[in-house]
Ligand binder design. Structure first.
Ligand code: ADP
Length: 600
């Protein structure tokens, strides 16, 4: 991306603040004019005083000049103070507003993206966060550089250069000859630093990803005593980063020195040239002062050019990935998305699905999920059951084949409308930062307090919530895994959708909670389409129809009895489950118990 493209992309964000931009530009122009006053005044002062001295006059005649100079310089400083305040304030206001719009814009945009986007390797949480933060940071800095830093300096430089040419063509020529050399050096510097800066960016992203990963797995790290390994990993990243930073600094300082040298040569040349003209009688002595001060105005922006160049380069690197996120236009709903009445019959035919990393997770899936029935998905872990549910919820789209809901292709159904009709309960449900009440109400944002309590009762968590010191206002993140799971169920009871997907909903619950929830689930299952993934025998037996998955494909399907007698994968899994439960011994315990009762 070049600077022009970047400005084109930024334009929509700056456009709403046109008036601020115009105000800043006007102030910039006034500021650039006042910046030349010092040179003019000092030239006038030197020449006038020189004339008085040559004429043998002294303080008595000179005080008028002093008053004039003081008045001009004071007046200029007063105007300048206002101009600078206005310019900085409006520029800053612009920067803050643009930054706010960029931040909100990207959040609104990526909330609409499909899961596939977040699953891409370069979009992991930490990396995404760094890219967004840095993108917004550098883009807003770009706005600031342009309106507060570059523009005033360059306008002032151009006016100063014009005045130098006006005074003497050759002096103007010397002053402007320095400029391209400076630009060239800055360009070379930037070129040398370009790839290092990119590495620096990648290094920073990897570091923040690393820190996030440590925080997320701190329990595992500690339980295995792997603090040293993690610390070494970070040290390696840090070292790479440090090397990179040192190299960048070294190159920067080298070029900075060269540029200062060129600038000083410029000043010396201008002094020599002007002195020559003064001695030759073509100019007054005040012109030496005049030219040196004007040249100062020309070289000031050039001096900060490399900083600006660096920042612009940074902005381009970071904003590239920022706009990649903003323009990923991943989820563009087909226009005229439908909102059909939903009964809940899913038909899948020839469905093939690959994860973004290329993993072939579903193979030629043919399936019919009946409305108002319970369909179970059974299979070893990794068989593709959760993936299938993600497809039914339109989190992903199959690369081949079709998924229809009540005869309408899922692609053509309005995504929000579809998800409004689906309740999804996962093995581990996300609890948001906030109160229990707010977490349950997430299922229906306008629910009343009674509705929330009713939902909590259905999910068998109400009593436990009441026992907490702050009741429904307690922090939901403090609840145990099983309790959080019931909060998630309550959330779904509140939503009350016609289609329910349960992905091992009771896997993290204890036996009593499972039993309580089973009753709640039995209640909610009535008259709805339910797809359940479960490793619980009772839940599988309860299903009306079962699909058995193996390595991404459907191995068998049918009702429990039929499947069991087929002597296939289903029987294998089912027997293994029963064995792991030690059903024989349990049965014997119950028998002994019953015998004892009959004897007594
Ligand atoms: P199940 O629910 O049957 O345990 P999943 O549907 O979760 O299985 O996973 C099916 C396969 O797809 C597994 O091999 C898993 O490693 C892979 N997989 C799951 N999620 C992703 C992902 N986001 N990216 C790449 N591969 C994935």
């Amino acid at each position: 991306m070049n600077l022009w493209q970047l400005f084109q992309k930024l334009k929509p964000f700056v456009r709403p603040y046109r008036l601020l931009v115009i105000a800043t530009l006007i102030l910039t122009l006034i500021g650039s004019l006042t910046a030349q006053v010092n040179a003019l005044t000092l030239q006038y002062a030197v020449d006038s005083i020189n004339r008085l001295v040559e004429a043998g006059q002294g303080l008595a005649e000179g005080w008028q000049i002093l008053i004039t100079i003081s008045a001009i310089l004071l007046g200029k400083e007063i105007i300048n103070a206002f101009v600078q305040f206005g310019q900085k304030f409006y520029g800053e206001k612009l920067r803050i507003f643009v930054s706010q719009d960029l931040a909100q814009g990207i959040i609104e945009k990526f909330l609409t993206y499909r899961l596939a986007f977040f699953n891409q390797d370069n979009n992991q949480a930490g990396k995404l966060q760094t890219r967004i933060d840095r993108g917004i940071g550098s883009l807003t800095r770009l706005v600031q550089i342009f309106f507060i830093d570059i523009l005033p300096l360059f306008t002032s430089a151009i006016i100063a250069l014009g005045l130098m040419y006006w005074a003497n063509f050759y002096v103007g020529l010397v002053a402007s000859a320095i400029v391209p050399i400076y630009f060239w050096l800055t360009y070379k510097q930037a070129q040398k630093l370009g790839s290092w800066r990119r590495n620096l960016r990648d290094g920073r992203e990897r570091k923040s990803q690393g820190i996030l990963s440590i925080i997320n797995s701190i329990t595992v790290i500690k339980s295995f005593n792997r603090e040293n390994i993690e610390s070494d990993k970070q040290l390696k990243l840090q070292k790479e980063l440090t090397d990179n930073q040192m190299h960048t600094r070294q190159t920067s300082f080298l070029f900075d020195g060269l540029k200062t040298f060129i600038e000083q040569i410029g000043i010396v040349l201008i002094i020599i040239l002007t002195a020559y003209f003064v001695l030759d009688g073509q100019m007054s002595i005040g012109m030496i002062m005049y030219h040196v001060l004007l040249f100062n105005n020309v070289s000031a922006p050039i001096r900060s050019l490399h900083r600006i160049y660096d920042e612009v380069n940074d902005a381009m690197i970071y904003s590239e990935s920022f706009f990649q996120i903003l323009e990923a236009d991943d989820e563009i709903e087909a226009s005229g998305a439908q909102k059909p009445a939903i009964r809940g019959q899913f038909n899948l035919s020839g469905v093939e699905f690959y994860y973004p990393n290329g993993h072939h997770a579903l193979k030629n899936i043919e399936m019919c999920i009946q409305p108002n029935k319970i369909t179970a998905l059974v299979g070893l872990s990794g068989a593709g059951k959760s993936t299938l549910i993600s497809l039914l919820d339109k989190f992903y789209e199959p690369q081949q084949g079709s998924i229809q809901l009540d005869g309408v292709d899922l692609k053509d159904i309005d995504t929000q409308y579809l998800r409004d009709h689906i309740g999804l309960v996962l093995q581990k449900n996300h609890i948001f930062q906030g109160s229990i009440f707010d977490n349950i109400r997430y299922g229906k944002t306008d629910a009343t307090q009674e509705e929330v309590i009713q939902a909590a009762q259905k999910a068998s968590i109400h009593e436990q919530i009441l026992q907490l010191p702050q009741g429904y206002d307690s922090d939901a993140l403090m609840l145990s895994g099983g309790q959080q799971q019931r909060i998630a169920l309550a959330r779904m009871f509140l939503k009350n959708p016609p289609i329910i997907f349960l992905d091992e909903p009771t896997a993290s619950l204890d036996a009593i909670a499972t039993e309580q929830i089973k009753q709640s689930l039995d209640e909610i299952k009535q008259g709805r389409t339910v797809v359940i993934i479960s490793h619980s025998l009772s839940q599988i037996i309860d299903a009306d129809y079962t699909y058995v998955m193996k390595e991404g494909a459907i191995a068998e399907h049918g009702e429990h009895d039929t499947l069991y007698h087929q002597d296939g994968v289903y029987k294998e899994i089912f027997d293994a489950m029963a064995k792991s439960l030690n059903i024989e011994k349990i049965a014997r315990t119950f028998e002994d118990d019953a015998e004892e009762e009959t004897h007594s």
